[in-house]
Write a protein that binds this ligand. Sequence first.
Ligand SMILES: *Cc1c(COP(=O)(O)O)cnc(C)c1O
Length: 288
Amino acid sequence: MKRLSAISKITLDGREFFIKRDEMIDPYLSGNKYRKLYTLLQTPKTKFTKVISYGGTQSNAMLALAAICKKKGWEFIYYTKTISAIIKDQKFGNYYEACSFGMQSIELEYDLYKEYISALRLGLDEKTLLIDQGGADVSAKEGLEVLADELREQLQEEPYSGIKALATPSGTGTTALYLALSLPEYTVYTTPCIGSVAYLKEQMHSLHTIPKNLIILEPKKKYHFAKLYDEFFDMYKKVQEAGVEFDLLYAPAMWLALLESTQESILYIHSGGLTGNRSMLKRYQRRR
Ligand SMILES: *Cc1c(COP(=O)(O)O)cnc(C)c1O
């Protein structure tokens, strides 16, 4: 079968880790967003005229959807809470790129946001597709099965055949969940990067019961999404120096958890998100 990405090896703290380089698939549709939106990418242009979604203004899912809609010629409407002036003025980053792909963003007042979003699904016509925040949808299953088939084949080869565990960080948990369901013969490690372990379990549970081979590692400390942490920056640097660049929002927490709480040989599925690094690095620089 066709392989969408290769596997690299790095050494961290004297341990070998393998990395499935899904961030190399596409600059805008990278990592797990490519996998989660695989079904939509295969959908014929004529099926829809419009896609609607909502969520954060620097979201990687937003950028991936904007790239798909541009490719398909679909209108893309994206609802957010109020957008900061910094983000509106920036000539780089996910919001800027998504707008340049033709995304129409609509800001909602904080008080109205929740109610407005829950009303979006009412009265949609058959040519309009609504995608929940972060692409948390049962349709993500198919793309993760494609990844699973690819891994099953790749991991039979040397020097990968000793690998029995995979890892990938979680936002909604959609990626880790469907990966674990598609590969019951492997342990899948994840860690919550948005909210608590309980919140992550709830999110996963709304899609499917959580399988036994999916192990959620609890972070040592409570981290708030998109906040700046010295240990995240240090981990980003350390892994980059080992040879592979990761994102600054999700990957640092996953690497911290893996180094703290696991011992075996692990294949990390790179979840992409590098397009957000420039603005995150600027924020870290301003702080230092
Ligand atoms: C979206 C994203 C995640 C989280 O994926 P979920 O399927 O929502 O858990 C992890 N890493 C990166 C870089 C992402 O962009």
